[in-house]
Design a protein around this ligand. Sequence first.
Ligand SMILES: Nc1ncnc2c1ncn2[C@@H]1O[C@H](COP(=O)(O)OP(=O)(O)O)[C@@H](O)[C@H]1O
Ligand code: SF4
Ligand SMILES: [Mg+2]
Length: 316
Amino acid sequence: MSELLRVEGLNVTYRTRGGLLPAARGVSLTLRKGEILGLVGESGSGKSTVLTALMRMLPRSARVAAGRVDFDGTDLLSLGDAPMRRLRGRRIGLIPQRPMTSLSPVTTVRKQLALLSGGVIDDVRAQRLLTDVGLGGLYDRLGDYPFQFSGGQLQRMLMAVAVLAHEPDLVLADEPTTTLDVTVQAQILRLLLDLRNRLGNSVIFVSHDLAVLSQVCDRVGVMYGGQLVEAAETRDLFTNPQHPYTRALLDAMPSRRARGERLRAIPGTVSGSQRLPGCPFAPRCDVATDLCAAEAPPPRPVAGSTVRCHHAGATS
Ligand SMILES: Nc1ncnc2c1ncn2[C@@H]1O[C@H](COP(=O)(O)OP(=O)(O)O)[C@@H](O)[C@H]1O
Ligand code: SF4
Ligand SMILES: [Mg+2]
């Protein structure tokens, strides 16, 4: 598979009342055509910051301090605003986290689908797209308002816009199933896979839930304290995790514990870890040494993973 996206050393800093906050630190990743890459990590680890930087939709308080984002031969960070606007929606689609709040409550769904798709969804097209996402029966209700549909139905409609209206090469999905119940979540994941198989688009899928990512992703990247601390093929990450934080996330998954065995929550919090001089996970890591607190580990290959840990390989 050829490469669609290459992110190199992405740094994003927010200006906050408490000073500068480095929310993405030296994030490097590649995405091949047709590949689904998952990004996982606790809330605050920098996942949305990375996606928003790729879309060039960061707030004014943010500064992209370094890094290169090559999208099919174009450097997205130096691209002018007008060509970037043309790219958004057409070549890069975004599936939002909360379908209900991404739509205006006072405008009909028909009008919003047309607007969101840049005018390409007329009534004829709408019927086909709705059928493609399993909602053919809703065509007669397009004059209704968002609150008259369920969260799952709205998410499917937004997926139709993000994935099918222009068939973009890259789809960014930021926790698209987090607010939905488990059954609807499973249907949305199947739909995402089905669309990828049909269209061959690439997806970056963000979630704080490893179980969700394991169902759809070819590869998974683990974020902590603004850094990508481990990236590997999904199977390798689950069977042979290299980073202590990845292992802790896996230990916290209910499906991986024996019946009756207690879940192991990870003590401590991710908050403030971005400002530490050494490894951001050091305060919570049970194999940390003096070196960990003093020096940030660079990414290196260990047993099929790319991992930022001084002691990876020695402890597993
Ligand atoms: N607009 C913003 N202004 C200041 N800080 C922000 C802003 N957005 C996010 N942050 C901070 O950046 C860090 C990463 O946030 P985010 O990228 O939203 O993480 P995630 O998506 O993994 O939950 C967090 O500490 C968060 O508080
Ligand atoms: S570098 Fe040290 S503190 Fe960080 S994850 Fe590895 S062992 Fe733990
Ligand atoms: Mg987020």
